[in-house]
Design a protein around this ligand. Sequence first.
Ligand code: NAP
Ligand code: MG
Length: 496
Amino acid sequence: MSHRIYHNLIGGEWVPAKSGKTILNLNPADQGDVVGEFPSSHAEDVKAAVAAAKEAYATWRLVPAPKRAEILVRAGLLLQQRKEQYARDMTREMGKVLAETRGDVQEAIDEAFYVAGEGRRLFGVTTPSELKDKFAMSVRMPVGVVGLITPWNFPMAIPSWKLFPALVAGNTCIIKPATDTPLSTYNLVQALVDAGLPPGVVNIVSGSGSGAGAALLEHPDVRAISFTGSSEVGSHVGQRGAATFKAVSLEMGGKNAQIVLDDANLDLALDGALWGAFGTTGQRCTATSRILLQKGIAAKFTAEFVKRAKALKVGDGLDESVQVGPQVNAGQIETSKKYVDIASAEGAKLLAGGHALTEGAYSKGTFFEPTVFGGVTAAMRIAREEVFGPVVCLIEFETFEEAIAIANSIDYGLSTALYTRDVNRAFTAMRDLEAGITYINAPTIGAEVHLPFGGVKQTGNGHREGLGAIEFFTTWKAVYVDYSDRLQRAQIDNAE
Ligand code: NAP
Ligand code: MG
């Protein structure tokens, strides 16, 4: 056994799960390659982590925010130095190609530097009081102990979107990484520890959603939960949060449309669609999973898109020539297969791919062909439900108004893209597309850390990451200072 055994981080100590149980982290490109062995944590581990976070909160909240921010700057610099190693670890644990895992680590670096700046910008508001000789202001306070639950598709970027703003705002954290990708969270937190983060300020509790995750939801001392994952689990997290009086931020699924109008730069639209649909093997919440084509360009676009999809090189993401890595696990392959069957039964036409790759070197991993369905209508399940794999559908339309209606006809509202040279239509789409993110002449994927990130409808519950995260990780306190030396009653003594 040559793989490394990792522990939970609780109160600054690396400790195994109290049960002693572990979970193997496997490389999806080669299931024989064990990336590491991680704790299988449950309620008792979460209890210890929350106690450590609660103790650390007493002092961390009093560290001046600009000083807390300096730790983020140092962590960002360490991540820069370790970028290549952490990217390789990430490709091994979740499969996406090296160019993308380098991007994932870069996103955490960007987030560190962006949020560090917030350490000197946690602005409050001052306002005149309605009473004489009275001063009124509102200040941001930390929330307290917060729980962070993250998915496997952006194993370092998403934890950084939550940890860094939570920390700069003065909270202490317990993070429960996805079962498939704990190593990238360990690497991220190791950078924070090496940057000087005090013990107990961040605690890692690895384990399953039903074990460690559920315990975090129920713990009465956890004041807020920030969750990214599926809408199904997110709905459950929201309900448990309501039952236990926690603030809950939910970032969930998508079924993102790229609309291509007749006047678009077709080559650009093809490049965008290919990257949006098959980047991260289609396993992005913002992945392009519907391509809406206006009748005039539909045939030409379809022929070229299918040709390009078939030519993509699928394989081990550590091979620099590979364009599409494996899916993260066998369960995701089953989901892709299931939707190929559903789409075929609904009468959609399979134009490319459609199968798991199982021959030769592929037999060691969980690979699926880039898959394209044509002849899809907006009512079909393949056009409405999230697949989270390399499966995209093409839908034809006549008018711009029809395209907007189709794009909006689903339960999700995360990302959208419009390819056109018509500025009037571009602005109309920016206004009318029901989504948290709209791109003009760029693919549905590619968010930057300093803009608001999140969606509407079943994608989110109204919060935003990026520009907006500080809002969630702070709570307002209104402060009144009366220097009149007499009792002044609001709404009463100012009546005259
Ligand atoms: P998931 O199954 O919902 O899991 C997300 C996280 O929740 C994981 O850490 C999971 O643990 C945990 N979990 C599962 N059941 C739980 C429970 N009962 N209580 C507490 N925690 C629980 O999602 P995923 O498969 O990891 O990720 C894919 C989904 O995430 C897609 O739907 C995608 O669209 C969405 N996503 C959204 C965004 C966004 O910002 N909008 C970004 C990325 C991904 P385990 O790993 O142990 O199951
Ligand atoms: Mg893995």
